[in-house]
Write a protein that binds this ligand. Structure first.
Ligand code: FAD
Length: 280
């Protein structure tokens, strides 16, 4: 008899690599302990829950190549109980995994269109699988503009991959930071991410926008995109509301009638505009 698959029971995974991105952000590479679970696939924009007994469970965007299968990655910022516990873990340590969850980015809808990817800080994590996907299926899409902003140059993640991304045909990567500390060299833009919007090549009526970052950034960026006449139906945001159960039972991630875990995390502005204000 086949065992009943219970989505509340975590599967065991082990850390196989840890990369320091910034002083409070690390990217962890994982594999399932059970060989049967490997060949794991997900959709760009999906997320998973990681748990550690005694610390709790938290949601993280799947950030590796979704077609890779032999491993997956999460990029984690240390903010509280669960994330600090994981932050101190090493290669070989074991965690619990549930997922993948969520609807993912609208990549099928975007076929034949230009793409604009907009990220703030750690918001680049759920967009990285989109960039892997574009590089593998380049002919599916038109021009690709990636606009990435962070507080300072030292807060940028995946910096060692920027050169590779720029080598993908017709992909333009634009970088900006809020502040350049004294003594730090920076050759790109200074200002909030919306200051890069004048460089967007995509035409509003034939492009899909995918955006993730702090909610306050997404609010101002969405307002500007709407003024630039990008249709609400083609502007997508990934919301990282506080989440607990991941399966619509607890209500922590609810926004009006929508649950981020069930209906999201990716929503078009047509579904959720005006964006709810920043998390309290
Ligand atoms: C769909 C989704 C995807 C996510 N992807 C990532 C990711 O790729 N990388 C990553 O580092 N984090 C991600 N998060 C956020 C992550 O889940 C939280 O940072 C985590 O739950 C914090 O757990 P903790 O126990 O360490 O913090 P807690 O001890 O619960 O809280 C510590 C502090 O962080 C604040 N906080 C907790 N959760 C959030 C949140 N969601 N947004 C803003 N502030 C919060 C609390 O108010 C408190 O001030 C994602 C969340 C969701 C819902």
């Amino acid at each position: 008899m086949e065992a009943i698959k219970n989505q509340y029971i975590p599967k065991k995974i082990k850390i196989i690599e840890v990369k320091e991105e910034t002083k409070d952000v690390k990217t962890f590479k994982f594999q399932f302990l059970s060989q049967e679970e490997n060949r794991f696939n997900f959709k760009p924009g999906n997320f998973n829950l990681l748990s550690k007994l005694g610390a709790g469970e938290a949601a993280f965007s799947l950030t590796s190549d979704s077609e890779e299968g032999n491993y997956f990655e999460n990029t984690i910022r240390k903010v509280g109980r669960v994330t600090s516990t994981i932050f101190n873990m090493k290669v070989g340590d074991i965690l619990g995994f549930r997922g993948p969850f969520g609807n993912g980015w609208p990549l099928s809808k975007a076929v034949g269109m230009d793409l604009v990817l907009i990220a703030g800080g750690l918001g680049l994590a759920p967009l990285r699988p989109v960039i892997y996907h574009i590089s593998k299926h380049r002919s599916f899409y038109g021009s690709v503009d990636i606009l990435y902003g962070a507080r300072t140059p030292m807060d940028m993640i995946y910096t060692n991959e920027f050169k590779l991304w720029q080598e993908i045909p017709d992909v333009k990567l634009e970088l900006t930071v809020d502040v350049v500390p004294n003594g730090v060299s920076w050759k790109h833009n200074v200002g909030v991410v919306t200051t890069l919007f004048k460089n967007i090549r995509a035409k509003p009526d034939s492009s899909v926008v995918m955006m993730c970052g702090p909610e306050i950034m997404m609010k101002f960026a969405s307002e500007l995109l709407l003024r630039m006449e990008f249709p609400k139906e083609n502007v997508y945001v990934s919301l990282e509301r506080r989440m607990r159960c991941g399966v619509t039972k607890c209500g922590h991630c609810q926004i009006g009638p929508k649950f981020v875990c069930r209906d999201g995390p990716v929503f078009s502005l047509a579904e959720i505009w005006p964006l709810p204000d920043v998390i309290e």
